[in-house]
Design a protein around this ligand. Structure first.
Ligand SMILES: [Cu+2]
Length: 293
């Protein structure tokens, strides 16, 4: 704007150019529409198939991708027997409080057969967050990544990675997770622990033979940088993350860039979603660079 004013143009021209520039900036923000159908799906893990609550039949659920400044409109339709809300973990709901998705706090749950449209603008944030069910224990299987890219034309404040990959750490129960939390609430004791930890919904080869094919694999090339968008979607557990013979450079935490620092291991805390969103403990995003460079 100051460039226009200092250009020496007559005032009406300056005003016109300023208006055009404003329109151009506004045009770079988009409205992103998503349809999230909450539905049951049969998923096989640890050699057994069970029916779980999902979004669009996916476990983990679909990634929600937007740029800073974009409006996000998510139509959620509930096709399962459970009441449902979805929470956009860590997204600052500035003047969008009704879109926060906390059941019985900012909204009544979406009942079976009903829809609700979440409508919010991503303001002043860029990085990795996540979305999850915010009622009972349904977030065990109803969750996914939120990827907030910088504004169009704005680079990362670090070397651009060769590839970006969401890495969602989670848990898998053989039992119905709603039965697990119901029993814990009845007894007042701790809940049963999960049967497996997962990476992007897959338990990996450490549990039993039939899990070998259910392993998350990322093919990498030596010397290239990969940005792992790390999310802890476990119910209650702090999780440690490390890659053998590699280091991790943390470049962003909670959708805020940080001065990059290098570690061998990260601890990622579980969600504390009974707190207001601004107090939720969130996940770091990291880049890792193979040591073979
Ligand atoms: Cu949360």
């Amino acid at each position: 704007m100051s460039m226009v004013i200092s250009s020496g143009l007559p005032a009406p021209c300056s005003l016109l150019m300023a208006t055009l520039m404003l329109l151009i900036v506004q045009a770079q923000s988009f409205t992103r529409h998503y349809n999230f159908n909450v539905q049951m799906a049969n998923v096989t893990r640890l050699c057994a198939t069970k029916s779980i609550v999902t979004v669009n039949g996916e476990y983990p659920g679909p990634a929600l991708v937007a740029r800073e400044g974009d409006r996000v409109v998510v139509r959620v339709t509930n096709h399962v027997a459970h009441n449902m809300t979805l929470h956009w973990h860590g997204v600052r709901q500035l003047r969008n409080g009704w879109a926060d998705g906390t059941a019985y706090v900012t909204q009544c749950p979406i009942q079976t057969g009903q829809s609700y449209v979440y409508n919010f603008t991503v303001t002043g944030q860029r990085g990795t967050l996540w979305w999850h069910a915010h009622i009972s224990w349904l977030r065990a299987t109803v969750h996914g990544a939120i990827v907030i890219l910088p504004k169009h034309g704005v680079p990362y404040p670090f070397a651009a990675p060769h590839m970006e990959v969401p890495v969602i750490l989670g848990e898998w129960w053989r039992a119905d997770t709603e039965a697990v939390i119901t029993r814990a609430l009845h007894t007042g004791g701790p809940s049963d622990v999960s049967d497996a930890y997962t990476i992007n919904g897959l338990p990996g080869p450490l549990y039993n033979d039939c899990c070998a094919k259910d392993t998350f694999k990322l093919k990498v090339e030596p010397g290239k940088t990969y940005m792992l968008r790390l999310i802890n979607a476990a119910l209650n557990d702090e999780l440690f993350f490390s890659i053998a013979n590699h280091t991790l450079t943390v470049v962003e935490v909670d959708a805020v860039y940080v001065k990059p620092f290098t570690v061998k291991t990260l601890i990622i805390l579980p969600p504390m979603c009974s707190s207001p969103p601004s107090r939720c403990i969130q996940r770091p995003t990291s880049t890792c660079r193979p040591l073979s460079t």
